[in-house]
Write a protein that binds this ligand. Sequence first.
Ligand SMILES: Nc1ncnc2c1ncn2[C@@H]1O[C@H](COP(=O)(O)OP(=O)(O)OP(=O)(O)O)[C@@H](O)[C@H]1O
Length: 290
Amino acid sequence: MVAIIETNKLTKYYGKSRGILDVDLTIQEGEIFGFIGPNGAGKSTTIRTLLSLIKKTSGDAKIFGLDCHDHRVEILDQIGYLPSEVFYYDNMKAIDLLKYSASFYKKDCTQKIEDLAQKLELDLNKKIEDMSLGNKKKVGIIQGLLHSPKLIILDEPTSGLDPLIQKKFFDIIQEENKNGATVLFSSHILSEVQKICDRVAIIKEGKIISTQKISDLKDHAYKRVNLVFTNQIVDIEIEGMSDVQVQGNSISFLYKGDCNLLLKKLVQYRLQNIEINEPTLEEIFLHYYI
Ligand SMILES: Nc1ncnc2c1ncn2[C@@H]1O[C@H](COP(=O)(O)OP(=O)(O)OP(=O)(O)O)[C@@H](O)[C@H]1O
């Protein structure tokens, strides 16, 4: 297998403050690779170092087997990058901006621009200043993909997209992947990464703390269960519950196991309310990795 991204002890300090420390990542050709961690963990720093937008402090970073810094121009030609926030010259029409972006590549991107705009239901003849945030984001998606890049780097790509467009966006990314693109997908939302990634690296306080197959992570799936009792709280014990927190007549706990067994147990209680949610990323970190 060919490594599309390979870092070895990649480290970046901003002056004296920590950006990332000894990051080792290997992303193989054809993977959709998730990169998750809470705010400030170092996801953007890793990506910006890979793209040579900032200079590493030490360690190595290679893309397509080439040093990211020394071969910056030829590497960037084959990358589609979607930053978390997009800024544009607002008084341009979307089509003009995209044609201008396409002019930097040596291929004809006209058909691809049209196809993507159709899939995302975007009117390219509108001025960007007249567009909603979601539509501006769509322009960013097309801009990142119009040259059919070999590597797609997404930094928190779905912020500002409604669920329907998110679904279309994921379909597009999966299609690009089927056509040969490798994808690095950074996010702080685990459930989002789980939808399309094969493997995921978890970064915390600048360090990679785990790299897992998504299928393995799903086997460990926890739920956060919140119960509000009608009257007095009952002392309940269910196999698979942990991190139990009691407050007034409410109880909250993490549950790992068969949902049907949980429901069977709960049916015997008089409840005023019940909520079953995905645990937060922080909770998952606490229970898996610390
Ligand atoms: N330009 C900068 N100057 C100084 N410190 C920075 C700079 N950019 C990032 N940092 C610090 O580097 C660390 C990693 O930040 P980074 O933005 O890479 O995290 P992140 O995982 O992408 O989080 P977020 O989702 O909030 O962007 C943080 O402690 C942050 O404060």
